[in-house]
Design a binder for this molecule. Sequence first.
Ligand SMILES: [Ca+2]
Length: 177
Amino acid sequence: MSLFFLPGKAAGVHESQHEKVLSVTGDGIIQSPDFPNTYPRNTVIVWRLVAVTESSRIQLTFDPRFGLEDAEDGICKYDYVEVEEPVGDVVLGRWCGSEMVPGPQVSKGNQILIRFVSDEYFPSDPGFCIRYSLLQQVRSDSCAMFFLPNATFTERAGCVFAENFLLIPNGPYYFPI
Ligand SMILES: [Ca+2]
């Protein structure tokens, strides 16, 4: 099977054949093949998560069990997981190794892309596991914000605090508090 993936990876033009489009209507999980065991060699998989409503945002949370082949010279060259903003092809982050678990990511629009790449050598375990969840937009006088469904929130100085997140005016910017 690994030979099947080689031509596409070498040419770098057939990655769309590996794209899986997922309609996001609630929580779900994306993981590297065979997680938490060793992932396969020579693999490219792209997941495109699409929230059904335009105004929704998608939050990605990485499982603490995280480990891919180490970086070389601080760069994830060989095996990595990458999160991309589809509009403008902006890379939000690329991660590998096992020393640091990626922090939570939130889409800027209603779509977000996750790309997993492994090369021919040194496949590792456990790979990665990402929980995705849907954020809904809420508006108040001075804040546009997103919060997790069923979150309890309170309003303070015109901004809503939801769970552990302070959502600041003119979101979707957010940070943990
Ligand atoms: Ca590798």
